[in-house]
Design a protein around this ligand. Structure first.
Ligand code: AMP
Length: 424
C-alpha cells in the first residue's frame, strides 16, 4: 500500500445495510410486498437512471426534487440522464413503452422495490440514497382503487406490528376546480411579504407554498383560501366515497386540508402515513392520484393512483416502537476438522448438508482446535461436528451439542440423517 492511501468511506448521505440489520430491512420490504401480491399487483423493475426530461416533466419543474435534488449528469455519449428520484414516472414510462395499458385489463396494477436518489441535506431518516417499495394502479378512475391502496399500506405497517402512525388524507381537486383555487391562492400569496424564491414558487406552483415549513411563512398563511372550499361536485363526491370505503374497512384517517406533498403530478386523493416517533422526518409513506401524468409524459389519458413507502424510515419506526422482528435463521451445524483428511471429508459433509437444506458452515484458514471451537461457538450453531483423522479411520465423527457441551460419536454414514432428525 502506498503511504498516502486512505480507507474509503461510503459517500455522504449513503450507508451500508450490514448483515446484522439486513433481516429487518428484508422483512420490511417483504411486509410491504405481501399485501400487494395478494391484491393482484405484478412486480416491475425499471432502470435506476432515465432521460432527465422524464423527471422534469413528470415530477415537475417547480419541485425541490427536480430543481435542487436531482443526481443529473451527462454520459460519455452526451445523453442527459438522472438517477431516479422516485418510481412513479419510470413505472408509467415503462407501462406506456410496453403497451401494458393496451394488452390487458385496466387498471394495470404494478409494484416495485428499489433505491431512489435525491441530493437532500442528509440527517437521520433523510438520505441521498434510500429505499422505497411502491405500488401503482394505472388507467382507472375509481375511489375503490384509492381506498384499496391506502388499506394495503395500512395492512403492511400493521403486519410489522407498527401502531403509532397516522394517515393524513386530502383531495387536491382536478383540472376543473384546481385552476380556480390556484388563482385564488395566487391572489392571496401576492399580497404577502415573501422572499424572492418563494414568490417565484407562488407563480409556478402556489400549492407548494402551503407546504413551506418555515414559521414566518406559516404565520402569513393563516387565512389563506383552502382547497376543500373550492372542490367541484365531482371531486367532492369522489373524495367522500374514498373516505366511506376507508371507514367501512376500519381504517382510521385524519382530514388534512393542508396536505399537498412535494410532487406536481397529484390530483384528487393525496395521503401520507406519518409516524409519531420519528421527529422531523416523520413521513413513512405517501402517495395519491395522478390523473394527468401520463399525458404530461406523452401518453394517452390514464387516470392512476399509487404510493411509495419508505423502507429506511419504516426500519427507524420499528426501532422507535421497540419492535424487533424474528431473528434470522443462523447456522445449524458447524464442522471442525482436525487434520487434512478430516478436512476433505467434512467439507463433503457440509456440502451435502447444505444441498439437503441444512445450514452448515466449516472452519476456514487452518485454525488450531482452540480457535476452531471458538469459531463454532460464535457461529451460533446448535451442533458441531468434530473429527480427527483417527476418528475417521474408525468411520466416526464426534457430534457435539454446543448448548450443553455433550459429545457423542456418530458413524459418518448416518451423520447427515442423524443431524436432520435432530434438527426437526
Ligand atoms: P415521496 O416519494 O417523497 O412521496 O416519499 C415517499 C416516502 O419515501 C416518504 O414517506 C419517506 O418514507 C421516503 N423518503 C423520501 N425521501 C427520503 C429520503 N431522502 N430519505 C429516506 N426516505 C425518504
Amino acid at each position: 500500500m502506498s503511504s498516502n492511501s486512505q480507507a474509503f468511506q461510503a459517500i455522504k448521505g449513503t450507508y451500508d445495510i450490514l448483515p446484522a440489520d439486513a433481516p429487518t430491512v428484508l422483512a420490511v420490504r417483504e411486509a410491504f410486498a405481501a399485501p400487494l401480491r395478494r391484491a393482484g399487483y405484478g412486480y416491475i423493475e425499471t432502470p435506476v437512471f432515465e432521460d432527465i426530461n422524464l423527471f422534469s416533466r413528470g415530477v415537475g419543474e417547480s419541485t425541490d426534487i427536480v430543481t435542487k435534488e436531482m443526481f443529473a449528469f451527462t454520459t460519455l455519449g452526451g445523453e442527459r440522464i438522472a438517477l431516479r428520484p422516485e418510481g412513479t414516472a419510470s413505472v408509467l414510462r415503462a407501462t406506456l413503452e410496453a403497451n401494458l395499458h393496451r394488452v390487458g385489463n385496466l387498471p394495470v396494477k404494478l409494484w416495485y422495490s428499489g433505491s431512489q436518489y435525491r441530493y437532500e441535506k442528509p440527517q437521520k431518516g433523510r438520505y441521498r440514497q434510500f429505499w422505497q417499495v411502491g405500488a401503482e394502479a394505472i388507467g382507472a378512475e375509481d375511489p375503490a382503487l384509492d381506498a384499496e391502496l391506502i388499506i394495503l399500506a395500512d395492512d403492511a405497517y400493521r403486519s410489522l406490528g407498527l401502531r403509532n402512525f397516522r394517515i393524513l388524507l386530502n383531495s387536491l381537486g382536478d383540472r376543473e376546480c384546481r385552476p380556480v383555487y390556484r388563482a385564488a391562492l395566487q391572489d392571496f400569496l401576492r399580497g404577502l411579504d415573501l422572499d424572492e424564491d418563494t414568490r417565484r414558487r407562488a407563480e409556478i406552483n402556489p400549492l407548494r407554498v402551503l407546504d413551506d415549513k418555515r414559521p414566518d411563512v406559516q404565520a402569513q398563511l393563516v387565512g389563506a383560501p383552502m382547497l376543500v372550499d373550492y372542490l367541484c361536485e365531482g371531486c367532492k363526491a369522489y373524495h367522500e366515497q374514498v373516505r366511506e370505503l376507508l371507514t367501512a374497512a376500519g381504517v382510521a384517517f385524519e382530514d388534512d386540508p393542508k396536505l399537498v406533498r412535494g410532487l406536481d403530478y397529484y390530483t384528487r386523493t393525496t395521503f401520507e402515513f406519518v409516524h409519531d416517533g420519528l421527529g422531523s422526518q416523520s413521513a413513512v409513506g405517501g402517495g395519491g392520484r395522478y390523473d394527468g401524468l401520463s399525458e404530461m409524459i406523452g401518453g394517452p389519458a390514464l387516470p392512476s393512483v399509487g404510493w411509495a413507502l419508505g423502507v429506511d424510515r419504516t426500519v427507524l419506526a420499528l426501532e422507535a416502537e421497540g419492535i424487533t422482528l424474528d431473528a434470522p435463521a443462523t447456522t445449524d451445524v458447524f464442522a471442525v476438522p482436525l487434520g487434512e483428511q478430516a478436512r476433505r471429508v467434512l467439507f463433503g459433509t457440509v456440502t451435502q448438508l447444505r444441498r439437503e437444506g441444512v445450514s452448515a458452515d466449516i472452519v476456514y484458514g487452518g485454525k488450531g482446535i482452540k480457535a476452531a471451537m471458538k469459531a463454532a461457538d460464535r457461529s451460533g450453531a446448535r451442533w458441531a461436528i468434530v473429527a480427527g483423522d483417527r476418528d475417521l479411520a474408525e468411520g466416526n465423527v464426534q457430534l457435539k451439542d454446543l448448548s450443553t457441551g455433550d459429545q457423542t460419536p456418530v458413524a459418518l454414514d448416518v451423520l447427515v440423517t442423524t443431524l436432520k432428525e435432530k434438527l426437526q
